[in-house]
Design a binder for this molecule. Structure first.
Ligand code: ADP
Ligand code: MG
Length: 577
């Protein structure tokens, strides 16, 4: 008989496992990501140690085999393996900081199932789908093989037993739970492996069926044919063969890790389409690495068309497509790596510093995220401003994403807001069907003029024909025409551009534009008419004044300097519903 040692799990581990097993874990799929990434980590370590020792490592790979009859799923790697002591230490207690934080967080909120969903819990996540796990492993530094086994209920056992091929490696056998048999199906495994391991650096091999078709002589048919014609050719038929073998399911090409200059447009295009379910090429590619205190590699794409998910809802939560990787392992695409106005961007961030088990809560609070975010925003802005150099491309970009840029201009501040303002376009009294930028407007401004004027309206025409701005048009003073409520909010948020204040042309103070503006002017001969009108209109207006801003129209409604425009008022009313 083999000597068997029995161990208890540490208290923390016990707690985490209990919760995994007893909670309605929303996403059981993650177990495969965890186990495969552990296997790939083990390969990474072996590769590193072999390089260090100057040895050639054996072929490093991960194999996944499902046995539907025995109801087992096996994950096998040729990585570093574990010695007896490592087995006891690594699989008997929670090792990593992320998992530890998880256990600690659970201390405060023991029943928070949501919290559980936000953490990867490593090796123990196997118990999401397995009643029992058996780990057979041989360390690089030992020729003994050990087997660890646990049903997660009563501690674990370790025996000196088992076989591992090659110099080292680990095999994990999961006795798959009755209600988890989908994880024994080839299609499920293939789908999950594609998702989780596409860009791992080692071959991930799935034991899978392969159908081949052979042509075989059809004796019967040949005989029959030759009865009538002795010289007839052999008749063949197609036969189907199903063979099982290991098949590499990942492409092992982390595009973003390659030097940006060495990745060509067609490689980007292919990757963009497969990773982000896009059907066209990206409009721009942003590929860079940040070295220094925070290290990460990033690959971002500006889509050519509005991503499908955003058609319905401008800020659809599920449309966020920035994927976070930690050391090439896909973590998830739920982190807010970008501010919401950049929700249309697609991309990948691969961090060198974050733990694989990083939780959303932890990440959202970390300074690292701030650094990453700022960098991604900066690079995006640079790309957009570069797009502006190409009128056709920018037209397209603006048509699809202009409203996101405007929202950004409202929600950001400082330099980012300034750069967003430069990207904005509006109709104006001089733009015709094209739109104009603030800087083009400023170029056309009369010397010494200090105000950029705008007027909102239900439509471009309505604003253009407003009596309020007829004198401005006549004197050739350009006015931005804002048919959308968002436009006006943008102008208010931006406040000024290059020292020129943005001012609503319907406000009653245009002193800086016309030397002889209305303000403080008495109503002269028309005093009586004005008083009479005010009496008639009662509270509907605050005052009736003689004005010089009119050209053909007899009267116009204007706003007080701090009043709200009609468009804005409508917008606010709509928001309040
Ligand atoms: P983490 O991967 O964050 O360290 P896990 O719970 O996933 O946490 O794994 C715990 C430890 O068990 C790992 O750090 C590693 O030392 C060891 N381990 C797990 N799987 C393997 C494996 N396939 N080969 C070698 N060691 C492993
Ligand atoms: Mg792990």
């Amino acid at each position: 008989a083999v000597a068997e040692e029995t161990f208890e799990f540490t208290a923390e581990t016990d707690r985490v496992m209990e919760i995994i097993i007893n909670s309605l874990y929303s996403d059981k799929d993650v177990f495969l990501r965890e186990l495969v990434s552990n296997a790939a980590d083990a390969c990474d370590k072996k590769r590193f140690l072999s390089i260090e020792a100057g040895n050639a490592a054996d072929a490093l790979r991960v194999r996944i085999t499902a046995d539907p009859d025995k109801k087992t799923l096996t994950i096998e790697d040729s990585g570093v393996g574990m010695s007896r002591d490592e087995l006891v230490a690594n699989l008997g207690k929670i090792a990593k900081s992320g998992t530890k934080a998880f256990a600690e967080a659970l201390g405060d909120a023991p029943d928070d199932v949501n919290l559980i969903g936000q953490f990867g819990v490593g090796f123990y996540s196997g118990y999401l789908v397995a009643d029992k796990m058996t780990v057979t492993t041989k360390s690089m530094n030992s020729d003994k093989t050990h087997t660890w086994s646990s049903d997660a209920k009563s501690g674990f056992t370790v025996r000196e037993e088992g076989e591992i091929e090659g110099s080292s490696g680990t095999r994990i056998v999961l006795d798959v739970k009755e209600d988890c048999s989908e994880y024994l199906e080839e299609a499920t495994l293939r789908r999950l492996l594609k998702r989780y391991s596409e860009f791992l650096q080692f071959p991930i091999e799935l034991y899978a069926s392969k159908t081949t078709y052979d042509d075989e002589v059809d004796e019967e048919a040949t005989k029959k044919a030759r009865e009538s014609d002795p010289d007839a050719k052999e008749v063949t038929k197609s036969v189907t063969n199903v063979k099982f073998d290991y098949e590499v399911v990942n492409s092992m090409k982390p595009l973003w890790l390659r030097p940006p200059k060495e990745v060509n447009a067609s490689e980007h295009s292919e990757f963009y389409k497969s990773a982000f379910r896009a059907f066209d090429d990206p409009l721009r590619t942003i590929h860079f690495a940040l070295e220094g205190q925070v290290q990460f590699k990033a690959l971002m794409y500006v889509p050519k068309s509005l991503p499908f998910e955003l058609n319905q809802n401008m800020f659809d939560e599920n449309a966020n497509s920035m994927k976070l990787y930690v050391k090439r392992v896909f973590i998830n695409d739920k982190f807010d790596l970008l501010p919401r106005w950049l929700v249309f961007m697609r991309g990948i961030v691969d961090s060198e510093d974050l733990p694989l088990n990083v939780g959303r809560e932890i990440l959202q609070k970390s300074k690292m995220l701030g650094v990453i975010q700022r960098r991604l925003v900066r690079k995006s802005l640079d790309a957009f401003s570069d797009l502006q150099k190409n009128a056709t491309e920018y037209d397209e970009f603006w048509k699809n994403f202009g409203k996101y840029i405007k929202v950004g201009a409202v929600e950001e501040q400082g330099d980012v807001q300034k750069d967003l303002a430069k990207l904005c376009r509006f109709y104006s009294t001089k733009s015709g069907d094209d739109q104009t930028t603030f800087s083009e407007y400023i170029e056309r401004m009369p010397q010494n003029a200090t105000k950029i004027l705008y007027l909102s309206g239900d439509s471009r025409e309505q604003a253009l024909n407003s009596p309020v701005i007829q004198r401005l048009i006549k004197t050739d003073y350009e006015v931005l025409l804002l048919p959308e409520a968002l436009d006006e909010i943008v102008c208010q948020a931006i406040g000024e551009v290059d020292g020129k204040k943005l001012v609503d042309a319907s406000k009653d103070d245009l002193k800086d534009v016309f030397d002889d503006d209305d303000e403080d002017e008495d109503n002269g001969d028309f005093e009586e008419l004005c008083s009479w009108l005010k009496l008639q209109l009662e509270d509907r207006v605050s005052s009736v004044k003689l004005s010089k801003r009119l050209v053909d129209a007899p009267a116009a409604l204007t706003e007080g300097a701090f009043g709200m425009s009609p468009t804005m008022r409508k917008y606010m009313a709509a928001q309040a519903v």
